[in-house]
Design a protein around this ligand. Structure first.
Ligand code: URA
Length: 228
């Protein structure tokens, strides 16, 4: 494995930043200083040190969290009272949340240190399906449902077609293939509705199921195979 890759796997930095760190001479492998980013490391045998502290390439970790309300989807925010990172044990502080839910939105949130997967799940090109349960301030009219499903203009451009299944009273389920900022709230607001509660229950092949609010679990091998 290239030294640059080793550093990024150890969660030290991105690959690009790793090259800068390596060139600055802070890395030692076994007993010699190495400043070449493409230097080959054998993770089984070599001991790699950054500023004299041993570093290890980390396993990839995939966690599903049932995000509670009042929690910010960010890694660090000096203004947030609580972030998704506070919902996990400290040993997972190297993970990153995939995408964003609003502070008051609850539900399925994925956290991982797999940069490739983060890119895949968040890039518009991959069109990952997301399903939300929505509670409105009043029942959605049939004609408004049709307008929303076709796509409506919010600010700069139209939303992509989506699917809405009406539930009891003012509840419904909406399936989106895009993730613009505050998209669902803005879609309904455009037609004069207020979103009273919003919960993400599915993202691609992942299903929140019965995971209780505020709890987390590792993804199963089967789930991983599907989302990969
Ligand atoms: N749409 C919103 O308006 N908010 C979310 O958190 C997710 C989708």
């Amino acid at each position: 494995m290239r030294l640059q890759v080793y550093l990024s796997k150890a969660g030290i930095s991105s690959r690009r930043q790793a090259a800068v760190i390596i060139k600055s001479g802070k890395i030692r492998i076994n007993d010699r200083s190495v400043s070449e980013p493409s230097f080959k490391v054998d993770p089984e045998k070599d001991k790699v040190y950054l500023n004299n502290e041993r570093i290890f390439p980390r396993e990839k970790v995939y966690i599903m969290l049932h995000k509670p309300g009042g929690v910010t989807t960010t890694k660090k925010d000096p203004y947030a009272t609580m972030t998704v990172m506070d919902c996990l044990p400290q040993k997972f502080s190297h993970l990153n949340p995939v995408g964003r839910l609003d502070k008051d939105t609850t539900g399925l949130t994925l956290l991982t240190n797999d940069g490739k997967l983060i890119n895949k799940l968040t890039h518009p090109r991959f069109n990952i399906e997301k399903i939300y349960v929505v509670k409105l301030d009043r029942r959605l009219k049939q004609e408004d449902r049709v307008r929303l499903e076709k796509g409506i203009r919010i600010e700069e451009r139209c939303t992509a077609p989506c699917r809405i299944i009406l539930g009891e009273k003012s509840n419904l389920e909406i399936t989106l293939h895009e993730g613009r900022k505050r998209q669902i709230k803005r879609m309904f607001a455009k037609l004069g509705y207020k979103v009273k509660a919003l919960k993400r229950i599915k993202e691609g092949a992942l299903d929140l199921g019965t995971l209780p609010t505020g709890r987390w679990r590792f993804l199963t091998e089967e789930e991983l195979a599907k989302i990969r």
